[in-house]
Design a protein around this ligand. Structure first.
Ligand code: HEM
Length: 312
């Protein structure tokens, strides 16, 4: 949503993303501005975005992060267990499958629903409208969709109270990175191992494709990193995933760096590793199918993602 944003790569990107002299971008301020300009009520959206550690700094960040980390710690074990069982069942079906396989709709999205349902506190169930909440972060989301989010969040808080927003924010932050990274990573396995059997693939322990390719930071002090090219208030797009980066750099940083490192890292990696282990049991050949990705910063949203499964 910030037009004037400078892209930085490599060590400089990681230094900026990790540094306390740079802050995260306040997404709720964007809605305060839209609200002031249009007179549209975004009170609940603003409240919701102020529950998201990824858009907060200082004490507010610490408090929200701690609250989400508690929910996550309570739910992670059960959620991981359910995800593994689900993966086993889905890959079981894949063993008897031939031809095109829709990785996005048969594997990644259903797995996310299982995970999200388990990560939400008991009493709150996953609702289809939750799928559109990450659109609140995008620059080109139509106003009607943003208003729909406000109405949905109002309805939710009327029923579950304002405290529920922090837990819903946890799964909202995980949704797109998880589905996008998981589906494109399976696709990349198919591309890199075209014609091999699943059993012959050397599976990486990290996700080869990103959930988020960059982190947004704003210079918060007068002389950050003692770098004369940086002035207070400058916006940076810190690239954490790039084809030119060595594999170990991608593996190490794909869940972010510093104080804002991803809360869902363990469960996302557990799901990926469990998926790889199950896939390695399949004695069929893999090839890439159709793929369509729409760039909608900060996401690379996967619209179609298919592989081909077959024999010789
Ligand atoms: C493959 C899947 C995932 C990837 C690649 C990923 C990536 C990231 C990255 C790069 C950040 C840092 C953002 C920043 O510094 O500005 C982040 C933060 C975050 N992620 Fe994930 N994520 C994934 C899955 C999840 C899941 C499943 C959850 C929910 C359980 C989750 C919850 C969060 C939260 C709450 C934050 C904000 C942490 C903070 O600002 O303190 N993520 N994620």
């Amino acid at each position: 949503m910030q037009a004037n944003i400078k892209e930085v790569k490599g060590q400089k990107a990681f230094r900026i993303a990790r540094s306390k002299e740079f802050e995260c971008y306040s997404m709720s301020d964007v809605y305060r501005k839209i609200s002031a300009e249009t007179n549209i009520d975004f009170t609940t959206v603003i409240e919701f975005l102020d529950c998201m550690p990824t858009f907060l700094n200082g004490q507010a960040h610490k408090e929200r992060r701690a609250q989400q980390a508690r929910t996550y710690a309570d739910r992670r074990r059960t959620a991981t267990h359910r995800c593994k069982a689900h993966i086993s069942s889905v890959v079981g079906d894949l063993k008897s499958h031939w031809g095109g396989y829709d990785v996005l709709n048969q594997l990644a999205r259903p797995l996310w629903l299982v995970m999200a349902e388990e990560l939400l506190p008991i009493g709150i169930s996953y609702k289809p409208e939750m799928d559109i909440l990450p659109d609140l972060f995008l620059a080109h989301t139509p106003l009607t969709r943003r208003k729909k989010c406000e109405a949905f969040l109002k309805e939710l808080t009327a029923y579950h109270g304002y405290d529920s927003l922090t837990d819903i924010a946890l799964v909202t932050l995980g949704a797109r990175p998880f589905v996008n990274a998981l589906s494109t990573s399976v696709y990349v396995l198919a591309k890199r191992n075209h014609g091999k059997t699943f059993a012959e693939i050397e599976y990486p322990s990290y996700l080869p494709m990103p959930g988020l390719s960059y982190l947004h930071r704003v210079a918060a002090s007068e002389d950050p990193l003692v770098d004369p090219t940086i002035q207070k208030g400058m916006h940076f797009k810190c690239v954490i995933h790039d084809d030119t980066y060595p594999e170990e750099v991608i593996a190490k940083n794909q869940f972010g760096v510093g104080a804002h490192v991803c809360i869902g890292r363990q469960i996302a990696l557990a799901a990926w590793r469990s998926l790889c282990s199950e896939l390695s049991e399949i004695d069929k050949r893999i090839a890439p199918g159709e793929i369509e990705i729409v760039s909608a910063a900060p996401f690379e949203n996967v619209v179609t993602c298919c592989i081909e499964v077959g024999s010789d």
